[in-house]
Design a protein around this ligand. Structure first.
Ligand code: SIN
Length: 314
């Protein structure tokens, strides 16, 4: 067991730095840059029942310390993912992968989850109930505890693999949604997806994005993500995977100190394809500086502290 290894909902991974869905394709695209087996795992492109072309362009806008996207869940559909993307991935990645799933109805979530759960290389299902860029699905399931619980239950009943619910920050009470997912059978919570935002072009006086609004990611959202990871990890007993604006090993450790058992890195991959690898390489020296022997010890020590605080009513 290495210094960086962590437990992700019952499966050991070599390190906690996980490329986030939508920023790493189906993995093999990045194997042109480096051996992606250096990663513990990654979350592949959000997959729906049918192929989707996504939203009209422009669907990216740059901001200070971040970016807006309004991709609209573009993906080849579950059949193509199973027949083409996963076999291609198998040739260059020899570890379990996180299947990220989106949907527009309970039936769709259930259908895609059942199919992907049968794939040997799929280790975890990450259920996206937080996409802010589509109508009638995505985030609408993640802004209401009852709806979030219904999706969790629908997926839970078709798989024995760990189910991780990916939550939206565009809510007033993230804790109630996380707890509803835990009570409905989730094995883990990942957060945060992007924050809804927009930009206007000064010359045309019109929104920059064709979809008007998009999701903000990047370093600008790190403190918001950290606050929500803190709140959720103090309220649930299942592992929390922190994400939102992580760009360095220090950010990873800060997320862990907020309660995360692992982290996902998103926007940074779009700026630098080596971002995750560089963070993994930086971690040991930053841990030395902070007198952290192993990540497992850090996570366990913090979890122990949280349960003591809960007993004492803090
Ligand atoms: C998108 O495809 O619009 C982004 C996915 C997400 O934010 O969940």
């Amino acid at each position: 067991m290495g210094r960086l290894s962590v437990d992700l909902c019952g499966i050991e991974i070599d390190n906690p730095v996980i490329p986030a869905s939508g920023t790493f394709g189906f993995g093999y695209e990045f194997s042109e840059w480096y051996d992606i087996n250096r990663l513990g795992t990654f979350s592949f492109k959000g997959t729906t029942q049918h192929p989707r072309y996504g939203n009209p362009t422009p669907r990216i806008a740059e901001c200070t310390s971040g970016m807006l996207n309004s991709v609209g869940l573009q993906n080849p559909g579950v059949d193509m993912v199973i027949s083409e993307e996963l076999p291609r991935l198998k040739s260059c990645f020899h570890k379990p992968v996180i299947a990220n799933i989106s949907g527009f109805s309970l039936e769709e979530y259930e259908f895609v989850a059942r199919l992907l759960s049968e794939e040997a290389q799929v280790g975890w299902l990450e259920i996206n109930i937080s996409c802010p860029n589509v109508h009638g699905g995505g985030m609408s399931f993640g802004t209401d505890p009852k709806a979030a619980a219904s999706v969790t239950e629908a997926v839970r009943k078709v798989t024995d693999k760990p189910v991780i619910m990916k939550l939206s920050p565009n809510v007033t009470d993230i804790v109630s949604i996380a707890k509803a997912c835990e009570d409905a059978g989730a094995d883990g919570i990942s957060l945060i997806n992007t924050l809804q935002g927009m930009r206007i072009d000064l010359k045309s006086r019109k929104p920059v994005l064709a979809n008007t609004t998009g999701g903000l990611s990047g370093p600008a959202i790190f403190p918001v993500a950290l606050r929500m990871v803190w709140q959720v990890s103090h309220a649930v007993r299942i592992p929390v995977i922190g994400m939102g604006g992580i760009t360095s090993a220090e950010d990873v450790l800060e997320m862990m100190m907020a309660g995360a058992s692992a982290v996902q890195v998103g926007a940074a991959n779009l700026v630098n394809p080596y971002a995750c690898l560089e963070i993994i390489e930086q971690l040991p020296s930053v841990m030395d500086r902070l007198h952290i022997h192993t990540l497992r010890e850090l996570i366990e020590e913090l979890a122990c502290l949280r349960s003591k605080q809960a007993v004492n009513g803090h």
